[in-house]
Design a protein around this ligand. Sequence first.
Ligand code: ATP
Ligand code: MG
Length: 562
Amino acid sequence: MPTPERNDFIRDIIASDLQTSKFEGRVHTRFPPEPNGYLHIGHAKSIQLNFGIARDHNGLCNLRFDDTNPEKEEQEYVDSIVRDVEWLAGDLKGRIYFASDYFRQMYDWAVTLVREGKAYVCDLNADEIRRTRGTLTEPGKESPYRNRSIDENLDLLDRMRRGEFPDGSKTLRAKIDMASPNINLRDPIMYRIVHEAHHRQGDAWCIYPTYDWAHGLEDSIERITHSICTLEFENHRPLYDWFLDALGIYHPQQIEFARLNLSYTVLSKRKLLQLVQERHVSGWDDPRMPTVAGYRRRGYTAESIRVFCDRIGVSKKDSIIDVATLEWSIREDLNAHARRAMAVLRPLKVVLTNYPEGQTEELPAVNNPEDESAGSRVIPFGRELYIEQDDFREVPPPKYYRLSPGTEVRLRYGYIIKCEKVIKDASGAITELHCTYDPETRSGSPAANRKVKSTIHWVSAKHAVNAEVRLYDRLFMKEDPNDAEEGKDFLSNLNPNSLEVLRYCKLEPMLGSAAPGDRFQFERMGYFCADSADSKPGAPVFNRIVTLKDTWAKIEQKGKPG
Ligand code: ATP
Ligand code: MG
C-alpha cells in the first residue's frame, strides 16, 4: 500500500534538518513508554508518528522502556508493550532498549556534574523542596545545602548510592538557578533514594533518576536525532538542553506535539488501571478498553488504527478528537475487507408450511459485494428458519415494512415469504411463525423480480451454529467522562449498557469454523470478530466491533433540546 502524502510541522523540521545536515542526514526517533500499564490509543498515535517518520526517511526507531521508576513497573507491562508495538509498527528487529541499562552511565555523568560544581546533595525533604521552589511570580529560595564542597557532595552521593540513607532523606539536585523564570530550572532533582527492587536491575540500585535527568541522556546514548514528546514537556526542554550542554555530550532535538484526547474515552493510565483493578472491565484487554490490546481483541485492525492516526495528524494545539472518527476508520476498512455472513442474534422460529419436509437446498451468496475476489459461497435453506425477533411485529407500527401477519418480505438470497399465522405459548409469548414461501421467487430466478418492501436475513434452523455474541458499546456515556457531578468521579459516567451478552444466537454454518480473530460483517447487524480468548471452532464467541452506522450520532441529535 503506498504511503499517503503526509505533511506536518514535525516532518517540516526534519526536512529542514536534512537540508542543513544537522544530524549528518540521519533520522532516528524513539518511542519511550514507561512500563506501568498497557498502551492506549494515545500511545498508538505516538508509535505511528515515530515509527512512521523513521520509515519515511529510511531511518530508525527504537522502542525504549523508560523504566526508571521501580515502584509501578512490571514485566507483564513490558511484554504487552512489545506485543502491541509490533502489532502496530511491525517487527522491531531487536530494537528494544531499556533506560535501566544506562543507570551506570547516568550515575557516572552525575558524578561529572558534581565534580564540576553543577550538582549537589540536598538534605531537604520532598515537601521542603516543593515549598522553597517559589511560584510563577516569585523566585525560589536557595537550599541551605547548595554550597557544600565538591568533596562532601562526592562523598554523600557515593553513600546515597551504597544505601546508607533512608528513602526521601536526600536528593541529588542540579545547581542551576533558583530565580529562573522557568520553574523547571530551579535546581531540579536528579536522583531520589528509593529502596525498592527494580524489575530488571534487582537490588543493584537504591537511587533512581528522575525523568528530566534521565530522558535526554537516554536519547543521547542512543544517538536519537529527533526526540518527539507531548506538549506538557515544552517547559522542560530548557532543562533537557541544559543537562546535555553541561555534560557536552551528543545533543538530540526535542520536539513537542499535542497529545491525543478522544471523546467518550479516558486515556489516563491511572484511570485505566483503576478500571482494571476495581473490575469495572474484565482486564486491560477488555474489548471496551481504549488500550491497543482492547481494540485488537475487539477486532480492530492495525491498519485501521494507523489510518486513524494519520488522518487526525499532529499539531501544537490541544483538541478532542471525536471517537466516531476512529469508529469510521474501522468501518471503512472492514467494509472493504470483511466477508459478509448471516447471523440471527435474537432468534424467532419460522416454519414454511408449504415447503416439503426433509428438503434442503443450497442458495448462492456473495462473500463481499465490495470485493469480487472474495468469491461466493452457498447457504443451506430448509423448512425451518430463524429470523430476527425485531423483523416481526404482530401489530406493525406505521412505516414498518418487515414481517407482520399477512405481509410479505424477501429472505436475503432466498424467497419471498408471507406470514400466515402467529403461534403463541400459554403465556401469550410468540414461539414461532407459520409462513408460506413463493417457490417462483428464488433469488436469481427469472420471476424473482416481484417487489416487496424489505429484505431480511435468516439462518436455516437445521444447519444453524449456536453461538454467544457480545454486543459492546462505548464504555462512557459522556463526551467528556471526566466531567462528573459534584462529589462524583469519572466512574459515575460509566455506561451501564456497555456490554450485552446474547447466548442463543444462530449463525450460518460457515461461521462455525471461524478462527479466533476472524472478522465478518453480519448482514444488517454490524461487524463482528471471533473472540481471541474465548472463541473455539464449533463453539464460536463473537464480539461486535462496531455497528454498521454511527448510532450515537442519531441519539445525540434526538437528545438535543429544541
Ligand atoms: P505517565 O507518564 O503518566 O505514566 P504517559 O501517558 O505519558 O503516562 P508514557 O508511557 O510515558 O505514558 O508514554 C510514552 C510515550 O507516549 C510518550 O512519548 C508520550 O508522549 C506518548 N503519549 C502518551 N500519551 C499520549 C497521548 N494521549 N497522545 C499522544 N502521545 C502520547
Ligand atoms: Mg510519561
